[in-house]
Design a protein around this ligand. Structure first.
Ligand code: CA
Length: 233
């Protein structure tokens, strides 16, 4: 991240020691962090200023992290959001993704993991906004525009999340091949060693995609029991 201008990052976390620690670490890695204690104040700050990324705690005074995430997602669909969830709280992770979070780390987190996730998210968004936009591709009858986060088919247009776009891109690169949940987690989510929680995350995203792209009853992805998914559209 050293080569870019200091990117402003918002840290919404009520525990002062964690908030300060996060801000220190992010500043050390060349970012310009802004720490906010309350959820409602954090939302206001995110809507007021242009941040490259938001680190968002779940339990917050004023407004909880899921509500902040939903509100942010509604108004700033491209803003990368990294949630801090409690270790072992599987529902937190799923709720976070439902609310529109791009990724999460569980508390207590390692600094190295947090920085890796932040950098991965910034890379993905940076590749789209700063360098050349990712080129459009086709998947079956759909044409997908990764920079516009949408897919079109027969004049019908569907909005996609960044993660859904990446999933589709991977399926488009590997037609006919069975992609395991572990491979998807590694390639799309960047998890080196996925566990059960994260496997369900894949299922949830594929289910959402199926729903979004359902047309005329054709199955775009086949579920291979115990294996993963295969693009068949
Ligand atoms: Ca908290």
């Amino acid at each position: 991240m050293a080569s870019t201008a200091k990117l402003p990052v918002l840290v919404i976390e009520d525990e002062a020691s964690i908030r300060r620690g996060l801000c220190d670490v992010l500043a050390f890695h060349g970012l310009a962090p802004e720490g906010i204690e309350r959820g409602d104040d954090g939302l206001a700050a995110a809507l007021r200023n242009q941040h490259a990324l938001v680190v968002l705690d779940v339990m917050l005074p004023g407004m909880n992290g899921f509500d902040v995430c939903r509100a942010l997602r509604a108004q700033l669909p491209h803003l990368p959001i990294l949630m801090l969830t409690a270790r072992g709280a599987e529902s937190d992770v799923l709720d976070g993704f439902q609310a529109g979070a791009d990724d999460y780390v569980t508390k207590p987190f390692s600094v190295a993991e947090l920085v890796a996730r932040v950098e991965a998210l910034l890379r993905r968004t940076g590749a789209r906004s700063v360098e050349e936009a990712a080129p459009p591709f086709t998947l079956g009858a759909w044409s997908v525009d990764p920079s516009g986060l949408r897919a079109e088919r027969d004049g019908r247009s569907v909005e996609l999340t960044r993660r859904e776009t990446e999933l589709l891109a991977l399926f488009a690169r590997e037609p006919g091949r069975i992609l395991s949940r572990r491979l998807l987690l590694r390639e799309v989510w960047g998890f080196p060693d996925p566990d059960r929680v994260e496997t369900r995350t894949v299922d949830m995203h594929v289910a959402k995609l199926r729903k979004k792209l359902a047309a005329g009853g054709d199955a775009l992805f086949e579920t291979i029991r115990g294996e993963g998914y295969r693009f068949v559209g």
